[in-house]
Write a protein that binds this ligand. Structure first.
Ligand code: DC
Length: 229
């Protein structure tokens, strides 16, 4: 579907640990496009709610937190961004599986999703956008030029998450990570609003036995196929 936008949007959706974050960062850097890490917005909402002692059963209170999220994404010279919440650097804190788990709970609330929608649309700017999430191709950017659904088996995703956390100096337990990933999959895929699923026009990449380079080639190949690069 062609849109009125003057620049392209590439969406990459998929479950936790599928490698979306890494691939989106690499593609955005390679093409010089903007990057939307929508999971970070849900993680930040959950972390802010937790820090303010908000009751997670109270949808309205979490909606208020989402609406007033005081966050900055500061580009780092070495690549990537520093995430600042209410003046405090939380780049590593938001990446823990514990925060991922409460983020997935907050993300099941329709009011919270609505509150974050406009903030996500604001990332769409020229020369292009790479949008990373669960509902980028289905709900947030349904008119995206290229949609990818990136997945891998749960055991492989737990292993990738384990190594990613280790690299950041965060110790974790792989069996526990697998349980958390499966619980999060279940919640993200079965919620009533914007559940995780491939858009009907998405290219599905099953990456269990693929390297990062192979996934990159597949995504860039798709962008080439539709003449975006
Ligand atoms: O991609 P991630 O692991 O950082 O996302 C954390 C949680 O946020 C995920 O379990 C569900 C939620 N999320 C969502 O519901 N919709 C998105 N577009 C992105 C994340």
């Amino acid at each position: 579907m062609m849109s009125d936008r003057k620049f392209p949007v590439l969406t990459i959706d998929g479950p936790g640990g599928s490698g979306k974050g890494t691939i989106c960062q690499l593609i955005a850097k390679k093409l010089g496009w903007h990057l939307l890490d929508s999971g970070a917005l849900y993680r930040l909402t959950a972390l802010a709610a937790d820090k303010h002692g908000v009751d997670f059963e109270n949808e309205g209170a979490i909606e208020v937190i989402a609406k007033h999220l005081d966050v900055q994404f500061l580009p780092l010279e070495k690549g990537g961004v520093e995430v600042v919440l209410e003046g405090e650097v939380v780049s590593d804190e938001i990446r823990t599986e514990a925060v991922g788990s409460i983020a997935s709970k907050a993300a099941a609330y329709p009011k919270v999703r609505r509150a974050l929608l406009e903030r996500q649309h604001a990332f769409a700017q020229g020369p292009g956008l790479v949008a990373d999430g669960r509902d980028m191709g289905t709900i947030v950017f349904p008119d995206a030029e290229v949609k990818i659904y990136l997945t891998a088996c749960p055991e492989e995703r737990a292993k990738r998450r384990y190594l990613q956390l280790k690299e950041k100096g965060i110790e974790s337990n792989i069996e526990l990570l697998l349980e958390e990933i499966q619980a999060r999959d279940d919640r993200d895929m079965n919620r009533a609003i914007a559940p995780l699923k491939p858009a009907i026009d998405a290219l599905i990449i099953e990456s269990t036995h693929m390297s990062i380079e192979q996934v990159m080639d597949a995504v860039l190949g798709e962008l080439e196929r539709v003449s975006l690069i």
